[in-house]
Ligand binder design. Sequence first.
Ligand code: AMP
Ligand code: ZN
Length: 664
Amino acid sequence: MNIEQQINQLREELRQHNYNYYVLDAATISDYEFDMKLKELQALEEKHPEFYDPNSPTLRVGGQVTKNFNTVVHEQRMYSLDNSYSKEDLLDWETRIKKLVDGDVSYTCELKYDGASISLTYENGELLRAVTRGDGIQGDDVTTNVKTIKSVPLKLKGDYPAKFDIRGEIVLPYEGFAKMNQERIAAGEEPYANPRNTASGSLKLQDSSETAKRPLDCLLYNLAGDRLGIFSQYESLEKARDWGFKVPEESRLVHSIDEVLEFVNIWDVKRRDLPYETDGVVIKVNDLQQQEELGFTSKAPRWAMAYKFKAEQAVTKLNKITYQVGRTGAITPVANLEPVQLAGTTVKRASLHNADQIEKLDIREGDTVFVEKGGEIIPKIVSVDFTKRDQDSKSTVYISSCPECGTELIRKEGEAQHYCPNIDGCPPQIVGRIQHYISRKALDIEGLGGETVALLVKEGLIRDYADLYTLKKEQIIPLERMAEKSADNLIEGIAKSKEIPFERVLFGLGIRYVGETVAKKLAKHYKTIEAIMQASEEDLVSVDEIGIKIAQSVKEFFNTESSKTLITRLIDYGVQLQISAEKLANQKDTLNGQTFVVSGVFEKVSRNELKKLIEDNGGKVSSSISSKTSYVVAGANMGPSKLEKANKLGIAIITEDDFLNLLE
Ligand code: AMP
Ligand code: ZN
């Protein structure tokens, strides 16, 4: 046997032992023997760098250092999940599904692991890349760290597809977490708050040998890719398991919502015996063809639903109610609590939402309260223990003037929130708007953080986001903690923001109710800020997905003199307030005003490509057939009920080729 063969054989052996130990939990050799083999391989590899393999088992111990994690765009977006909390929610979901797909629906029930989501890309059976979820569209490349997690296969077994992504969750089991914390406490360090945050923090460590030391695990649950030759979610779990992935065995294939609830009830109790944290059940439509038919909303798949286990509660005392002013002037009452442990973290504050909520709970300072951590990160107060209330306690009087600037608060008809109307003079509003403007999804100004914004405002250097473009280096350098270099970075970052496309600038303006998606829609439809400013309320409402609330808010924003001045200034400074010429040229209007429903399987283009083609050419994609549908693009296996409906309404059914001809 020559050296190369010897190296390969050792790698193969170690890989198998890793798999036995970390995935199957059934080791066949002792730790000592394993270490000896690993050392042998390390020595050989050191002597023969010509046989380097990025997926060698020796790299599991880490050592590579990453200074900056590269941003990678997910080939297929990573969505979040819609939540349900009751049988009714699930039945509603089923009703929605059955309107959109034909035939019976079966579901895969899986546990919802509470960790850090990860997307792994495999090519020709080798791990190519591991990327965090990030914002769902793009995440951070954490491959070097993920390679140190022993249950992540670096090479696959069996008949895997040539290329695919697999999604899952990196978790830190309780036992390892407790051990890490014991060590930290012993070393006089603050213990980590909870396994979930520690798992996601572990992926972003610069030194991968540090990650290697953490007892992380990787549980997989979703395959993504084109033509994987798989027809159901349940089958995909089995296949992934065959290829060497750690796919938990608890999943069940069921045929009704009642059976789903049975699964939930069993695991709500049994999950306490699992080695890692779970916070619910994920229910997925089993048939992949049906999944395709159902598609996605802008946030989550229509074919999946999370069912949250009932949250843990804690009892504590409400010390004081304080009030926060947000960037839009909205007032949020905050409960300041006697610190209490809840589901692994210390809770000191909880949101009280608004005046109605305070009234509904009849909550008072000094009360004993029940706190719960629901789906949100901020815990909430669910109720008051009235038996413990002091005789002389007084009911809460909601503030009537702004805690920051003293202006009298207003509350509009039909709105729950109080607002401070002093838009141009209330400090947290001024700072908050600029912080929003520079944030990652808006102008993404590098070298400028939220605290610096607050400082710049406090020092009187800026009062609005347009002022950013007038900043000079000499003005910044004297500021606290500002060096020559950071001042340069800041100025450069601001200048670079002039290249950020219109839709993100529009989002950054901070118009109430104009989130990312709405900003995109408006930018695409109107193309220039002037056109949006001139549009009437009726005109705005006619844009797809723009409702009256948004339209009114847009009008209100552009009707104020200060906003008009701001826009004029931004245009003068060269900020993008219209769609770039290049984008305009790419955007065609061939399908303007036409609505398409896509059904079945296609040959020349994938379903997603087809949808993109429709949208890029000015058309609209809808998931269900109605009298507004212009065409149904039908592939193979189009659902019979869709066919019937299209025929009944007299809607043209066209093939993939017909469609492509339309674009000519
Ligand atoms: P949420 O963050 O609450 O919207 O829930 C969505 C997240 O649940 C996903 O991004 C996954 O990281 C996570 N998750 C945990 N277990 C599963 C599972 N079995 N199937 C799908 N997603 C899961
Ligand atoms: Zn105010």
